[in-house]
Design a protein around this ligand. Sequence first.
Ligand code: SF4
Ligand code: FES
Length: 375
Amino acid sequence: MSAPLLPPIGMLAELTHRCPLQCPYCSNPLELLKANRELDTLTWLDLFSQAADLGVLQVHLSGGEPTLRRDLEQLIAGLSARGVYTNLITAGVNIAEGRIEAFAEAGLDHLQLSFQGARQETTDRIGNRKGSHQRKLETARRARAAGLPLTINAPIHRHNIEEVPEFIDLALSLGAERLEIANVQYAGWALANRNALMPERAAVDRQADIVAAAQEQLAGIINIDFVTPDYFATYPKPCMGGWARDAFMVAPDGTVLPCHAAQTIPSLRFERFGERTLAEIWSDSPAFNAFRGTEWMQEPCRSCERREVDWGGCRCQAMAIAGNAAATDPACIKSPIHKHMAILTDAALAEAAPEGAESFIFRRIGAATRPDNRA
Ligand code: SF4
Ligand code: FES
């Protein structure tokens, strides 16, 4: 018998794919949507209201760069009026004077600011925009002055993994209450750039030790999370907390998805808000039900004692590496192709260009299919 369907508690709203930065590990799809495909203000407000009715307690406002939406204050106010906790995930460059204060006034609860590096030259190089580091420092200062709690996001990979101690100092100096150091997940643009981004195992182990020591030393001062890369894991993570289990995301055009990379699974068709209500999509969408719970699982997951811990890992990683979205996530040691992860890691490192000569596919419209866009 299948378990009763619970309401979702979290939602990630990708308000736009537009962004002033071009990070080569962006989790957005390779096919980015232009501004004319974005939902309008009233539709987002209707969607948020339906999400609150459905039981959603927290909404992460993301993108692309969500502050490029001129109606962001209105969207925050709409969520706040329904008692929904709002978290703004921003790259923090080019936010006009007075807007952070306006977000706070509209009811924003928390701001999450990403840094591509702890050093100016790294941030500016990885995001492919000069001056961005300085602007982020200014955004952090303004957020704290507006009374907003702050999390610093530090996505790490081969080109900034040695900056972990500096990321910790940076987060402390900015008055952040949380620092999330996350090895990039190889989906979306990061998968296209895997060879250029993959760190060495020794570097990951070294930084994990540094973080563990800092967590102990700074307990009560700052929370530090460390997300290890799946390619070096023994067991997978419960991606999105389990497929369509307690959270979902919405793309800029209103397509409702269980996770970032779901559209890479070609057998699934995802519905758009407006074609059906959010409640109908959450409970009845064949794509949401395809990998919900445990009944879809094959062996070894089907009889595994961890099946309700990691929910079989990541469906999109199974698709990308095993070629079958219903397979056990290859990050799991019990997967028959688990050793393939180490082979892919070694191949990525063998093909890596020397530092400074790397060839990223920077995130921009059309770039994933145009090799001349490597920089
Ligand atoms: Fe998780 Fe499946 Fe591996 Fe068990 S076999 S640990 S359920 S991925
Ligand atoms: Fe889709 Fe993990 S990214 S399930």
